[in-house]
Design a binder for this molecule. Structure first.
Ligand SMILES: NC(=O)c1ccc[n+]([C@@H]2O[C@H](COP(=O)([O-])OP(=O)(O)OC[C@H]3O[C@@H](n4cnc5c(N)ncnc54)[C@H](O)[C@@H]3O)[C@@H](O)[C@H]2O)c1
Length: 359
């Protein structure tokens, strides 16, 4: 398979995805919101959760498994806490609205917490952390997801490999953005390897009989390996408590699988936003964050490392580069964009054979 890359301007890619999602029945506001989330993942190099997933999302909404026009309902539980019914809308749109509501409450009361049920897969967890960072907020983001991993010591899958994400603003240094699945890798990385005909490293997943495998296709039918045994398993259970048990959504292995099930997924999420200046001034908080980043950077690299990075920094760097050079897509994605544009009668996504030079 060729290793050629084709570059898209992120703004044009967002417009392309917006048009496709509108053709699939979403209103312009929701289509734009979801397109922004998908392109942001590609910009940050989390291309397992970017535009490559469009066909599958569009299939699900086209056959009525996701509601194209959800009617969100908010129930105020206390001044700082609200519940959102996502009405089976796309997780991207539900999550963006829910975080917006959590931030609104935090702006007034210092902290805001919103849980959502009746939602769907929301993609890259960092998306909603970055939404909070735009308002200078610290945040915690939880979601649950379809079962992919056994609990520690078990043979059958029961837990999702649901990402935990958290963020905190800094001053002139990079912000803290942790976004991690409790499995050794996100399943999207195995799906991407399968799509590109590549093998996967040992230790990422096991086959259906529990044997380690490097075959991405076989791994897709097996299960994912948790990070740190009982620790990864324990975090996956926490994700289910905060998102599923707490919100009233499906939990404990009952979240629908977006690739296999025809029923609504009923994913749950939880978003917590916290003002940075509750205890200290904003300037003090940011200066202290900058000191923390610098102290991490100043640690002597261990053998095999050139530098020590802050959580989120690898994606931040790629983001800076891709906003200038465009997003590189592989042959498989290029062909998919051509096919999907033809299918829905929208203009093809313009792709360049070499890096762009964007303002
Ligand atoms: N919505 C879902 O159901 C779902 C499920 C699984 C994963 N995902 C998404 O998949 C994506 C990938 O997840 P993952 O667990 O494979 O992430 P990952 O292993 O690529 O990264 C995990 C974290 O480690 C940090 N990191 C990586 N290298 C580093 C370094 N050298 N120094 C400092 N920090 C470093 C990253 O910034 C990130 O915060 C995430 O965006 C996640 O939200 C979504």
């Amino acid at each position: 398979m060729s290793s050629a890359r084709y570059y898209a301007d992120p703004a044009v890619a967002t417009q392309f995805a917006t048009e496709l999602l509108m053709k699939a029945g979403l209103n312009e506001e929701h289509a734009k919101s979801m397109a922004n989330c998908l392109v942001l993942a590609d910009i940050r190099g989390v291309d397992t959760h970017g535009l490559a997933r469009l066909p599958q999302y569009i299939d699900r909404v086209s056959n009525g498994r996701v509601n194209a026009n959800p009617n969100f309902k908010f129930t105020e539980k206390t001044p700082v806490v609200a519940h959102m019914d996502g009405d089976n809308g796309f997780g991207f749109v539900v999550a963006t609205r829910a975080m917006e509501e959590a931030i609104k409450r935090a702006e007034i009361y210092g902290i805001g917490l919103v849980v959502a049920n009746h939602s769907n897969h929301f993609g890259m967890g960092a998306t909603y952390v970055m939404q909070a960072l735009e308002k200078d907020m610290i945040s915690l983001v939880f979601t649950n997801s379809a079962k992919q991993m056994p609990p520690f010591g078990g043979k059958e899958t029961l837990l999702g490999i649901s990402p935990f994400a958290a963020g905190a603003p800094s001053g002139k240094e990079v912000p803290y953005i942790l976004d991690m699945a409790p499995s050794v890798v996100a399943k999207g990385k195995i799906r991407r390897a399968a799509r590109r005909g590549e093998s996967i490293p040992l230790g990422w997943a096991v086959d259906a009989d529990g044997n380690p495998t490097t075959d991405a296709e076989i791994a897709l039918n097996g299960s994912m390996a948790p990070i740190g045994g009982p620790k990864g398993s324990g975090i996956a259970i926490l994700m289910d408590i905060m998102s599923g048990v707490l919100s009233g959504s499906a939990f404990g292995g009952e979240v629908g699988d977006q690739y296999k099930d025809t029923k609504p997924q009923d994913v749950g999420h939880c978003f917590i936003a916290l003002k940075q200046d509750i205890f200290l001034s904003a300037a003090d908080f940011k200066a202290r964050m900058d000191t923390l980043v610098q102290r991490v950077h100043n640690v002597t690299p261990a053998p095999g490392f050139n530098e020590v990075l802050f959580p989120g920094e690898p994606e931040h760097r790629l983001g800076v580069q891709r906003r200038k050079e465009g997003i590189p897509y592989a042959d498989a994605e290029k062909q998919m964009f051509i096919d999907i544009a033809k299918k829905f009668g929208v203009s093809e996504l313009p792709l360049a054979d070499s890096a762009l030079s964007l303002a």
